[in-house]
Design a protein around this ligand. Structure first.
Ligand code: IPM
Ligand code: MN
Length: 346
């Protein structure tokens, strides 16, 4: 019989609240014959304060045994910026070689957007997840003096760029519009930019059906606001991808519905699914967070594990729930989770 052995990392702030709802909907959508096993991991600020520890080798060994990971959010104002992010979240993405950071944006019917008119938004950003300026390859000299110099080196390897570009082409090929846009800044970041552009053009020859396009990242932020319908699949580096996917979320229903997958396509390591939003300490513990982004991340998780029908049921449930929100009083995190669980089960 089928089974899913899931690692659960609620993490910090609203992570706890939204993950509980994600699991509620996951249990409700799975057919009887699928055995769901979950194991919770205590990563985040609490562990850090209690033990001074971030992610250990023993944690990584334990996590490797799971089919997938569901993560809420990591980050807390009680810990200096970057410690938990680098010590838990980025360490996980790097250790498990999550080089495809998948971030779909779809403006669902009835969902408000700050954009004028009725834009049609349905694209997916393939953000490189293990290289770029995120590698921590930098340093500082004369620290704390007025002559301090800090560097932050963006690492781009032909191997790393080619595999993510190839993945993005395959995703574009599988979509009706078959269009792939490379977003970079090759007029200024000429070393990395040319590597990306050359590899992009080379791989394009293997995908003659895919229409290709190149846009500088600054111009891409304009088009995401003025003409988001032009995008189908976007491939870009780790930092540009981080920035444009927050903008993408803002124009397509907000950070409350933005889902993501940190994918290791070979399956050598478990992939990890998480809402794009952070731990939101300002509203943590109040039951105000929208669990939809986490629930949609559960759909990405199910799709990744081959449960396409169940993933589609979740997508439809969230879509229907969002469509019926207008004019109704705001619901709590668990009320939204309950409503979604009822929809996917029915
Ligand atoms: C994201 C977040 C992370 C990132 C932070 C928390 C390290 O912003 O998942 O987009 O920059 O990747
Ligand atoms: Mn981000």
């Amino acid at each position: 019989s089928r089974s899913i052995n899931l690692a659960v990392i609620p993490g910090d702030g609203i992570g706890q609240e939204v993950v509980a709802e994600g699991l509620k909907v996951l249990s409700a959508v799975l057919p009887q014959d699928v055995k769901l096993e979950t194991k919770e991991y205590d990563f985040g600020a609490q562990r850090y304060h209690a033990t001074g520890e971030t992610l250990t080798d023993a944690d990584l060994d334990a996590l490797k045994k799971h089919d997938a990971i569901l993560l809420g959010a990591i980050g807390d104002p009680s810990v200096p910026s970057g410690v938990l992010e680098r010590g838990f979240l980025l360490k996980l993405r790097f250790a498990f070689d999550h080089h495809v950071n998948l971030r779909p944006s779809k403006l669902l019917p009835g969902v408000a957007t700050p954009l004028a008119g009725e834009p049609s938004i349905d694209f997916v950003v393939v953000r490189e997840g293990t290289e770029g300026p995120y590698t921590g390859n930098g340093g500082t000299i004369r620290k704390g003096t007025e002559h301090e110099v800090a560097t932050e080196v963006s690492v781009n390897t032909a191997f790393g760029v080619e595999r993510v570009v190839r993945d993005a082409f395959a995703r574009a090929q599988a979509r009706p519009r078959k269009k792939l846009t490379l977003v970079h800044k090759n007029n200024v970041l000429t070393f990395a930019g040319h590597l990306w552009t050359n590899i992009f053009n080379k791989v394009a020859e293997e995908f003659p059906e895919v229409t290709t396009d190149y846009i500088h990242v600054d111009a891409a932020t304009i088009y995401l606001v003025t003409d988001p319908g032009r995008f189908d699949v976007i491939v870009t580096d780790n930092l540009f991808g981080d920035i444009i996917t927050d903008l993408a979320a803002a124009v397509s229903g907000g950070i409350g519905v933005a889902a993501s997958g940190n994918i290791n396509p070979s399956g050598e390591f478990p992939s990890m699914f998480e809402p794009v939003h952070g731990s939101a300490p300002d509203i943590a513990g109040q039951g105000k967070a929208d669990p939809s982004a986490t629930v949609l991340s559960v759909a990405l998780l199910l799709r990744h594990l081959g449960y396409e029908a169940e993933a589609a049921r979740i997508d439809e449930a969230v879509s229907a729930d969002l469509a019926e929100r207008t004019g109704k009083p705001a619901r709590s995190t668990s009320e939204i989770g309950d409503a979604l669980a009822v929809r996917v089960a029915g």
